[in-house]
Design a binder for this molecule. Sequence first.
Ligand SMILES: N[C@@H](CCC(=O)N[C@@H](CS)C(=O)NCC(=O)O)C(=O)O
Length: 234
Amino acid sequence: MEPVLFYGVPHGCSFGSIVALEWLGQPYCLSRIDMLAKAKSNIYARVNSKQQTPTLLLEDGKPLSESFAILQNIAARDLNRKLGFAQGTEAHDRLNQMLAYLHTSFHSAFAPAWTAFKLKDGDPAIKMLRDLAREKAVEGYAYLQSHLADRQWLAGDSKTIADAYLIGIARWGEDLQLFDLKREYPGLHGYLQKLEADKAVIFAHAIEDGQPAITTGQFLGHVELDEIETCLAA
Ligand SMILES: N[C@@H](CCC(=O)N[C@@H](CS)C(=O)NCC(=O)O)C(=O)O
């Protein structure tokens, strides 16, 4: 069985794993998870007991969760692609440093705003949660813009899994109507626009939007959860 990436809609952080799989250029499938669905799938609970996305179902039928681990698994499948680097090298350490920052600080900055998004209109907690998210995300956008001031890519001389991961998260500032990135962070906005023009990023948007998507990797198609059940390792 080819690896299957479970990605979440709307606008999950799994976006970066789709982009990375396209950049890798090896065969893979996708399975779509509606993160706002009230009824959770019992089959997906066997894939990811936290009911979160992404998860990568590996060739042996065992699931691998957590973006950080999934992205490194993808990169390690072909180091010649330079999406990641050999363990023990400085490049690997710098990449891990950036991935850890993106997850523990930048991704988590938006958590209060996502909580607010799920509350009913008029809930008095909404403003406080959104203010908190903006306060934390300001630090993240500023740090990332200054980091990119004298380099083309987040880590290394060419695009890596860190760039793939960031493009799926940086959009949340505008999705949640917390930021106008073009006006507030023009340098970072320029870098993000460069990535938006990448064929893998265009593909990942089309996949999320349920539109016809042209793979420049080796995307084999979508699989349904009930088709996957038989492939899961006991
Ligand atoms: N630590 C996990 C977090 C994944 C995560 O937060 N996924 C979100 C989408 S970006 C999700 O599944 N949310 C739905 C939920 O938590 O119920 C990772 O890094 O992969």
